[in-house]
Design a protein around this ligand. Sequence first.
Ligand code: K1U
Ligand code: ZN
Length: 173
Amino acid sequence: MTIKKILTEPDPFLRQVSHQVEKVDDEIRKLMDDMLDTMYHAPGIGLAAIQVGVPKRIIVIDLSKEEEKKPLYFINPKIILKSSNNATYEEGCLSVPGQFAEIDRPDRCQINYLDYYGKQQEVKAEGLLATCIQHEIDHLEGILFIDYLSKLKKNFIVKKLSKQKKSLERIVV
Ligand code: K1U
Ligand code: ZN
């Protein structure tokens, strides 16, 4: 079990566009296992590889509420269809700690991707799964949910997080 450090805003690394995975091998599966451990530990319901400093197009999600874990792995996910209807969810992000905002996104989407074993798959997502997949795919493009807020709200959040980071650095040093 490996818990990795989650990068937080403002960190320029989070703004990188992640690269396609060329081959799904044991190294990629180990990274996905570590991402899942990190996500459960945080805790969260989704995580993109870039959030743990790896610019590869990999996402893990687990929306299960019961004891039994139901991890989902998406490698090179691509949105192939989006509904014209939107849904609003209060989103959070492990890279934007302590901040939440209502964000509008298409309420359904269809994704193709490679699974844990590198097999091509397709899923139709709705509800929280659709929101979470779109949020995580945004990470692969270097986009954070705060980018959808007004400049004023976004700047307020970024300044607050910068201050928190600086005061934490002072404590550690
Ligand atoms: O940082 C991330 O990308 C993960 C993020 C995913 C997400 C949440 C809500 C809407 C869209 C995407 C989180 O997991 S934030 C934490 C969170 O939502 C949560 C934490 C504990 C229990 C239940 C939810
Ligand atoms: Zn996020």
